[in-house]
Design a protein around this ligand. Structure first.
Ligand code: ALL
Length: 355
C-alpha cells in the first residue's frame, strides 16, 4: 500500500482545500491513509472490472453459431440427431441452427442450405450429406470462407474430397460392419438357406454403398443363400412398398430381405402384408426407429441396427466447438452399433410387446 501513497496528489488536495490539517505531520499521515485506502478500493474495482471483462470476452467466444444440416425431415432418424445436437449445444453454450430438406433426394436444396449458412457466416457447419459427392464443392467453399466443417453420419466420398483438396473430421458408425451384423442375423434366422433380396439406399451415396458391401460380404460365404434381387428404393417408404411388391411377384419364394434403412423396411412390411406374406419373409434393417421397434414386437420384422444418431449430432457439435476453441480434434469419431431384436427390446430396453 505504501507504493500507492500519492504524494503529489496529497499536496495538491491540501493546497486546494486550504486545510491546516494538511500542514501537520498527523494530517499528512491521515490523508495518506485515506487516499491509500481509496487507492486500494480503486485497485479492487479495477481488478474486478478486468476480471468481468475477461469473463464477458469468454462468454462472447462461447456463443458460436453452429449449423446442423440434415437430410429428410420426414425421417425420424434425423429428429434423434437434432435432439442430440440440441442437448449438447445447450450444455456447451453454443447456438445451434438446425436445417433439413424435405426429401431424401433433395440434394440441390441441401446445397442451398449450406449456401445460406455461408451467407449467414456461421462459425461451423455440421452436416449429414444427402450426396457424398454433390455436397463437396459447396463445403469446400464454406471452408474457404473460414467456416469449420464436420461431416457426420454419411461419409463424403474419398475421391471427390481428394479432387477438391478438401478434408474435415467424420463422426458416424461403421456402415459396412453394421449391415454385416444385420445380414448375419438375417441369414441365421433363415437357417442359412433360401432366397434373399436387398433394398438399397441411394446409389453412389457412401453409406448406402457400404451397407450393400456389408450385405454382400456375408451372403457370398453362405452357399445355401441365393441372392435374387438388389434394388434401390432411395431410402423411402413409398418406393420401398412398390419395389418390394415387384420383387415378391417375381420371386414368390423369397425368404429374407435386408433393407438399408427402417423407412424402407416399413414400406417392405406393408408390401408383405398386402401380399399376405407377413412372417414368411424375415426382414432386417437399419436405424432402430420407433415404428421399426413396434414392427419387431409385432413379429413383422426381425431386427434392426441402432447406430446412435443422437451421438452423431452431439459429437459433431462438440468437435466443432473444440476446434473453434483451438483444441485438437480426432479425424474419425465412431458411434456404436447395436443389433436390436425382440429379445433386446424386451430384455435390454424394457419395451414390452408380443413376439
Ligand atoms: C443415412 C442414415 C440412415 C437414414 C438415411 C436416410 O445417412 O444413416 O440410416 O435412414 O440416411 O436419409
Amino acid at each position: 500500500m505504501e507504493m500507492c501513497k500519492p504524494e503529489i496528489a496529497t499536496s495538491q488536495t491540501v493546497a486546494d482545500s486550504g486545510l491546516l490539517l494538511a500542514m501537520t505531520d498527523r494530517g499528512l499521515r491521515f490523508l495518506s491513509q485515506v487516499i491509500g485506502r481509496a487507492g486500494f478500493i480503486l485497485g479492487i474495482i479495477l481488478f474486478c472490472g478486468i476480471v468481468l471483462c475477461g469473463f464477458s470476452n469468454e462468454a462472447d467466444a462461447k456463443s458460436y453459431r453452429i449449423a446442423l444440416v440434415m437430410k429428410a425431415v420426414t425421417n425420424p432418424f434425423f429428429h434423434a440427431m437434432e435432439q442430440g445436437a440440441k442437448t449438447e449445444a445447450e450444455k456447451l453454450g453454443v447456438t445451434l441452427l438446425p436445417a433439413s430438406v424435405e426429401r431424401e433426394t433433395d440434394i440441390d436444396k441441401q446445397i442451398g442450405l449450406v449456401e445460406d449458412f455461408i451467407v449467414k457466416q456461421v462459425d461451423a457447419i455440421v452436416i449429414a450429406p444427402a450426396s457424398s459427392q454433390g455436397l463437396v464443392p459447396v463445403l469446400k467453399l464454406a471452408q474457404s470462407e473460414g467456416i469449420y466443417v464436420v461431416n457426420i453420419d454419411n461419409p463424403l466420398d474419398k475421391d471427390a474430397t481428394k479432387q477438391q483438396g478438401f478434408a474435415c473430421p467424420f463422426v458416424g458408425s461403421d456402415n459396412q460392419l453394421g449391415s454385416s451384423i444385420a445380414t448375419y442375423a438375417l441369414v441365421a434366422r433363415m437357417g442359412a438357406v433360401g432366397e434373399i433380396a436387398m433394398l438399397e439406399g441411394i446409389p453412389g451415396v457412401t453409406n448406402a454403398e457400404l451397407r450393400k458391401a456389408g450385405f454382400l460380404s456375408v451372403i457370398e460365404h453362405v452357399p445355401g443363400i441365393k441372392l435374387v434381387a438388389s434394388q434401390t428404393a432411395n431410402w423411402e417408404t413409398e418406393q420401398a412398398f412398390n419395389v418390394t411388391s415387384n420383387i415378391l411377384t417375381a420371386h414368390p419364394n423369397l425368404r429374407g430381405l435386408f433393407c438399408a434403412n427402417d423407412n424402407m423396411a416399413l414400406g417392405a412390411i406393408a408390401a408383405l402384408e398386402a401380399a399376405g406374406k407377413t412372417g414368411e419373409v424375415a426382414v432386417t434393417a437399419y436405424d432402430n426407429l420407433e415404428a421399426a421397434q413396434q414392427a419387431i414386437l409385432q413379429g413383422k420384422m426381425f431386427a434392426t441396427i441402432e447406430q446412435h444418431p443422437e451421438l452423431m449430432g452431439a459429437y459433431g457439435v462438440r468437435i466443432a466447438k473444440d476446434h473453434l476453441d483451438s483444441k485438437p480434434v480426432e479425424d474419425y469419431t465412431r458411434t456404436p452399433l447395436d443389433l436390436i431384436d425382440y429379445q433386446y427390446l424386451v430384455k435390454v430396453m424394457g419395451i414390452t410387446g408380443k413376439p
